[in-house]
Design a protein around this ligand. Structure first.
Ligand code: 4NP
Length: 157
């Protein structure tokens, strides 16, 4: 049996962006009949929302896009750096916070999610927490775009 590729999406709270990235990427690999080849999860750098469902605005916007999220927030752990092949940060602050808690040696590739997208204007998935409805839709669209490019990249390295 082929080894699964394990992918962890990470943001600050694990209630707005990374659950959407997880959901969009899971749906993408499912549509392509590749679910058996992936382990997909998401996590927070902070402990602020552990155990919570996604933000109501994230849930509302995801439902509008036919994406149904059941994730409960959890915090990034040291063991994730060994368990996951990819740890993908939504923004540069997340990336810095991830690297702060990384063990001295680990196997995961830690990167910005948007770094797999060739569009140089798209470097980060911006935090929508203090924003409004369009910011949540923007998160959804950026996650879809980055998920497609990420899958293409890892399928054709
Ligand atoms: P997320 O959004 O990192 O995309 O889940 C946020 C969630 C909570 C907070 C900030 C951003 N907060 O300040 O509690």
């Amino acid at each position: 049996m082929e080894k699964k590729t394990a992918v962890l999406f990470v943001c600050l709270g694990n209630i707005c962006r990374s659950p959407v990235a997880e959901g969009v990427f899971s749906r993408l690999v499912s549509e392509k009949g590749l679910s058996h080849l992936f382990e997909i999860d998401s996590a927070a750098t902070s402990a602020n929302h552990i155990g919570e469902s996604p933000d109501p605005r994230t849930l509302r916007n995801s439902t509008r896009n036919n994406l149904h999220l059941t994730h409960k927030a959890r915090q990034l752990q040291v063991s994730d750096f060994h368990r996951f092949d990819y740890i993908l940060a939504m923004d540069k602050n997340n990336l810095r916070d991830i690297l702060k808690v990384a063990p001295p040696e680990y196997s995961a590739q830690v990167a910005l999610f948007a770094s797999f997208d060739p569009d140089p204007r798209f470097e980060e998935v911006p935090d929508p927490y203090f924003g409004s409805e369009p910011d949540f839709q923007r998160v959804y669209e950026l996650c879809e775009q980055a998920a497609n490019h990420f899958l293409q990249t890892i399928q054709n390295p």
